[in-house]
Design a protein around this ligand. Structure first.
Ligand SMILES: [Zn+2]
Length: 396
């Protein structure tokens, strides 16, 4: 028997998760439990999706909560977006009973988390000073506004995490505001809201969730509860993603992907991630590669790079997910697992090479140098900048 590491961990999750087809109709009563005035941030697609926003605003109003539409966002949030929207919220006079309501995918939810923090914290006018690794390294002194989220994509799982990812292009960085108090109090996940998500976004966001499940499972910071959730998430997502892409109206496929994405958020929020998520933000700020596509292109190589140092864990996944017999040759089982993941990437039309995403050879040194965030610190295998450059060149 090998010596187990001591069983000692923290686990955080939203206070309340409300999951189910059609359950967006409960948003009014849930909002009433958070306060009297909701600052609403939504993704642009939500606005267009068959009157979803009007339906939700009406549900909130009927419970005596005033909805104030404060921002719409159609791309990953930037420092200026947070600063501008937070100033707008503060100009309304923040008082007890105010809360944030985010309707959308990762962009809307992360923007709302950061605005919730900045609305009540004014040691600096810019969120940059609160981000990890840049600015003045300020901590939140005041309690952020409470928040509820309604997720309209199945991907980032950010409804269940305690960080908000904020970008800047000049200077280029993509960093987190991290504080357990910005996690949504209520995460309302209605898979029916994802039915209108177009194919390409279904594929990219689904691959993001799958990457988060794999990376958290083998992370250096892996924890037992998230590992159990990751197995369940992968069991749900691997057979469902292709179906969700092929037939967006499939209720079962959409439910499975929403559930897998939610679980992936709890996994990454507690166990951290690895090199795919280390490189993804760098691809975002240097080459404008969207997060999901960046994860998809990096997942197979991240598994290969870590195959030897996480052979037992990956062989276990090969057995649980694909029925591989791992008793004879665990190494072979891991190779089969990676081949299955590659096949899945092809099936859903995920990019396989960095050049497919507009990345050029000249950009690789800058991408490697910008990949050293908190995600990379969870990668099982320690990689030098030179090793990382070589790995990226091999998939150019
Ligand atoms: Zn991700």
């Amino acid at each position: 028997m090998t010596t187990a590491s001591p069983l000692s961990y923290d686990f955080v999750a939203p206070r309340q998760i409300v999951f189910g087809w059609g359950r967006r109709r409960e948003v009014g009563a849930l909002a009433r439990g958070l306060g009297r005035r909701a600052f609403v941030i939504c993704g642009s697609r939500t606005l267009l999706a068959g009157g979803a926003l009007d339906e939700i605003s009406e549900a909130i109003r009927s419970e005596g909560v005033e909805p104030v539409r404060i921002a719409t966002i159609s791309r990953e949030p930037e420092v200026d977006d947070v600063d501008r929207v937070a100033a707008l919220v503060r100009s309304q006079g923040v008082s007890p009973g105010d809360f944030m309501l985010a309707l959308g995918g990762g962009a809307a939810i992360d923007l709302a988390k950061a605005v919730a923090a900045m609305a009540t914290n004014d040691q600096s006018p810019t969120v940059e000073d609160y981000l990890e690794g840049v600015g003045r390294g300020l901590k939140l002194a005041q309690e952020p506004l409470p928040m509820a989220s309604m997720t309209t994509t199945a991907g980032t799982g950010c409804e269940a995490t305690r960080n908000a990812v904020i970008s800047s292009y000049d200077p280029p960085f993509k960093k987190s505001l991290r504080d357990h108090r910005i996690m949504p109090r209520i995460a309302l996940v209605d898979p029916e809201l994802t039915v209108s998500v177009p194919r390409a976004i279904t594929a990219a966001s689904g691959m993001d969730a799958i990457t988060q499940l794999f990376e958290s499972f083998i992370s250096r910071k892996a924890q037992p509860i998230p590992q159990a959730l990751a197995i369940e998430g992968l069991r749900l997502a691997l057979p469902a993603i292709a179906e969700a892409v092929r037939d967006g109206s499939s209720r079962e496929a959409r439910e499975r992907m929403s559930q897998a994405a939610l679980l992936s958020g709890m996994c990454l929020g507690n166990s951290g991630l690895g090199m795919a998520h280390g490189v993804a933000p760098a691809l975002g700020v240097h080459c404008r590669v969207p997060h999901g596509a960046a994860c998809a292109v990096m997942l197979p190589v991240a598994l290969r790079v870590n195959a030897r140092v996480r052979q037992a864990e990956l062989a276990r996944l090969a057995h649980l997910l694909f029925g591989e017999d791992t008793s004879a040759d665990p190494q072979e089982a891991v190779q089969t697992l990676i081949a299955q993941v590659e096949k899945l990437c092809d099936t859903v039309g995920a990019p396989r090479r960095l050049s497919d995403l507009g990345v050029t050879r000249e950009k690789i040194p800058a991408i490697a140098a910008s990949s050293r965030g908190s995600s990379m610190s969870g990668n099982p295998r320690e990689l030098s900048d030179e090793e990382l450059r070589q790995i990226l060149e091999e998939i150019l």
